[in-house]
Write a protein that binds this ligand. Structure first.
Ligand code: GLA
Length: 394
């Protein structure tokens, strides 16, 4: 896999060919993320524990003195050109809505940058699950911040990028991915309370555990519609519990005891969604304690429990992800495994004992190939990165 330096170097070459000189060009980089545990809890003001990886997205950008944006993505080999003053998101290619959204909202928040020429380049899997859209928004915002000498606090940048998803891409996501991309640091998970946005680092030293990211090869065709449906179901579950006379604001404030007293009154789908969110929040709290005390076997068991709950109660897994997780379970070198992110395809992760990546990869790949007649793409995370923005030194 290409390193961050290679991605930025290649982006600079492409930029020169497309747009000429690199003077006054700024770089934004954002890593993608995996979520160690805490899925679909951010939508319910709960707890999550993501960490950054070595795959990410670079945006190279040179300001212009008019409001025109011309941007090229090497991954999709596509160009979009539009005016920041008059463009409409619905008329732009889907990927360009993100760069338009970040620029528009930055301007609204006082950034004086006008238009720009930009190249986007990446070393990231595009099947989903490692947060490419949050990384794209964060990298764009980091580049704009550097070019415009304008600063947003990390939490505020995460919120801006989340608003782009809501208003420009139509995905009603939570705040986890944007917080992880902006605040994540190498070899460190972040425990985030999604109600207060308080973020606490929890080290994952590479001499204790390493990470595999396993691409199921299933692209998430249902992602946008089903994701929004899950969000609505969580809101409906909250309303149903309120209608039974309980003062709760969200599923985070539903205790286990309260859930047990109301579950029989809830429709089947809402009962299952609730059970996942409530149990997942508990698992994240336990997982944090386990990680802080280096009890990685216990942490791994919680990962498997999380996957089970996502498969059975939240119904967001697919056969390929289930297969990866069950193979991991047969391998004593793996502490734990689960789908990561929204599911419906995309990636799984496995937390493994140091030095066992090759062996664990072989076990998971062989069993996958025996069933699906193709090899999964398995990536051993080796040099995690963090978000950065700076002037390019040509
Ligand atoms: C996607 C969303 C996040 C979160 C996860 C599921 O990654 O962007 O906000 O809801 O799904 O945990």
């Amino acid at each position: 896999m290409k390193t961050i330096q290679q991605v930025i170097g290649e982006a600079a070459n492409i930029f020169e060919k497309k747009f000429g000189a690199l003077n006054n060009t700024h770089v934004g980089w954002s890593p993608g993320r995996v979520n160690l545990i805490g899925e679909y809890t951010d939508l319910n003001n709960g707890f999550v524990m993501p960490m950054t990886i070595d795959q990410g997205i670079a945006v190279l950008l040179r300001p212009r003195d008019d409001s025109k944006i011309t941007t090229y993505t090497e991954t999709l080999q596509d160009t979009a050109a539009f005016s920041l003053d008059t463009a409409e998101a619905s008329r732009l290619p889907h990927w360009a809505r993100y760069i338009f959204g970040v620029s528009t909202l930055s301007r609204k928040q006082g950034c004086e940058l006008l238009g720009f020429d930009a190249v986007i380049h990446s070393n990231m899997s595009t099947n989903g699950g490692v947060s490419s859209s949050a990384a794209f928004c964060t990298a764009t915002a980091m580049a704009i911040q550097s070019a415009a000498s304008w600063t947003l606090k990390p939490q505020a940048m995460a919120l801006l990028c989340q608003t782009v998803e809501h208003q420009f891409a139509g995905v009603m996501c939570g705040i986890m991915d944007q917080m992880a991309c902006r605040l994540g640091k190498p070899d460190t998970a972040i425990f985030i309370d999604c109600a207060s946005l308080e973020a606490t680092p929890v080290p994952v030293p590479s001499n204790q555990a390493e990470l595999l990211v396993i691409d199921s090869g299933v692209s998430r065709s249902l992602y946008e519609s089903e994701y929004n449906t899950r969000r609505i179901e969580c809101e409906e579950a909250t309303k149903a519990i309120q209608a039974l006379g309980h003062a709760v604001n969200d599923l985070r404030s539903v205790s286990d005891e309260l859930f047990q007293s109301v579950e029989a009154s809830l429709p089947d789908n809402l009962r299952k969604r609730c059970r996942h969110v409530i149990s997942e929040n508990e698992r994240v709290l336990l997982a944090r304690q386990a990680l802080e005390a280096s009890r990685l076997d216990e942490f791994g068991t919680l990962m498997y429990d999380s996957h089970h709950s996502l498969r059975v109660d939240f119904e967001v897994s697919v056969d390929e992800l289930d297969q990866i997780v069950s193979s991991a379970e047969t391998c004593s070198e793996v502490f734990g495994a689960r789908l990561t992110g929204a599911g419906f395809g995309g990636n799984a992760i496995a937390l493994i004992k140091p030095g066992t990546a090759e062996y664990a990869t072989q076990i998971i790949a062989e069993q996958f190939e025996a069933r699906f007649k193709r090899k999964p793409d398995i990536h051993h995370v080796s040099r995690p990165t963090q978000a950065q923005g700076y002037k390019f030194n040509a």
